[in-house]
Design a protein. Structure first.
Length: 326
């Protein structure tokens, strides 16, 4: 039974040696719990689910069935990275589901942020349920629950959307990270051999780029978000801001402005850059990005991303703004 109390004598996992000890203990515990039965995992590619996947692959190998749902709202290269790391490098039993059209068709014309979130969450549950029913012998469901989830949300990690599965699919939970804080999860991930850009990935909203393509999502504007975000992340990494800035991303609103390209009038979208630092996400300050770097990023986005003629930098702290726009 899961407890909401972290043992007082539990040692903080701060070194590779402590991480290896934790991994060995969890491998033994998982094998004792699962036996020879199969375990299902929704593998998003985020830190928590990736670390759980790597740990369980080490513990039970092909008994773990990972389901990666590509809903079309992930950042550039992320679905490919999940397949490369887990199927090609770790030899995982990975089911890849291309559900891009399915999600984007459901979201067509939907402007209200909460409605978009509900559609994405509900559709994820349906896709995951369909894949779960295709599997035989599944008796356990692995989750990337970590200790703050227990404190904040109770025993079910609702934002992983598994809480909505039908009654006949209420598997027994496997939650090997449930007593760890996020920084400890990252140490364990490193010890398991996951790549740095997966282990130290910045926070990413459950609905993905769906809340950064403001208003009704269109495929062309979604691609502008994805491509501009990739440029921003590449330039922050090149200039020593990766790991220094807590969260940074681009947003594309649902309106256009007049500009000039190649001597001709253009009527295209603006891209908004957001870069913030925070300790607890309750308040946030804006990163003081060097102006020359902002100019360079603007030059790249306006010349490399089709449909963009303007770049803006969001200077609003939290409060009064929130970190995300939707």
């Amino acid at each position: 039974m899961q407890t909401n109390k972290r043992p007082d004598d539990m040692e903080r996992i701060t070194t590779a040696a402590l991480a290896e000890k934790f991994i060995d203990e969890q491998i033994e515990a998982v094998r004792a719990q699962v036996g020879g039965k199969k375990v299902l995992l929704a593998l998003s590619g985020g830190v928590d689910s990736s670390v759980v996947a790597a740990l369980l692959i080490k513990a039970i190998g092909k008994q773990l069935v990972c389901v990666h749902v590509n809903h079309g709202l992930l950042r550039k290269g992320e679905p490919e990275q999940v397949v490369q790391v887990f199927r090609n490098e770790m030899d995982a039993n990975l089911v890849y589901v291309d559900a891009v059209d399915r999600f984007l068709d459901k979201l067509a014309g939907v402007e209200e942020p909460e409605k978009k979130r509900k559609i994405i969450g509900a559709e994820f549950i349906r896709v995951f349920e369909e894949e779960a029913r295709k599997q035989e012998g599944i008796e356990f469901l692995a989750q990337g629950t970590i200790y703050p989830d227990i404190l904040e949300s109770g025993p079910v990690k609702a934002h992983h959307n598994v809480g909505g599965l039908p009654e006949d699919l209420q598997f027994e939970l496997v939650e090997p990270l449930k007593l760890l804080f996020k920084d400890e999860v990252r140490v364990v991930g490193k010890a398991l051999g996951l790549p740095d850009n997966m282990v130290y990935r910045q926070p990413f909203p459950g609905p993905g780029l769906g809340v950064r393509c403001l208003g009704a999502i269109t495929r062309d504007r979604l691609e502008v978000v994805r491509e501009s975000d990739a440029i921003l992340r590449e330039e922050f990494a090149k200039n020593g801001l990766e790991g220094k800035v807590w969260q940074y991303f681009t947003i594309v609103p649902d309106f256009k402005s007049v500009g000039v390209k190649e001597g001709q009038r253009s009527f295209e979208w603006p891209v908004i850059i957001r870069a913030v630092n925070t300790r607890d996400a309750m308040t946030a300050t804006v990163e003081d990005v060097p102006f020359a770097l902002l100019q360079h990023i603007t030059e790249r986005i306006t010349h490399e991303v089709p449909g963009v003629n303007r770049v803006c930098y969001d200077l609003t702290p939290k409060p009064t703004g929130t970190i995300e726009w939707e």
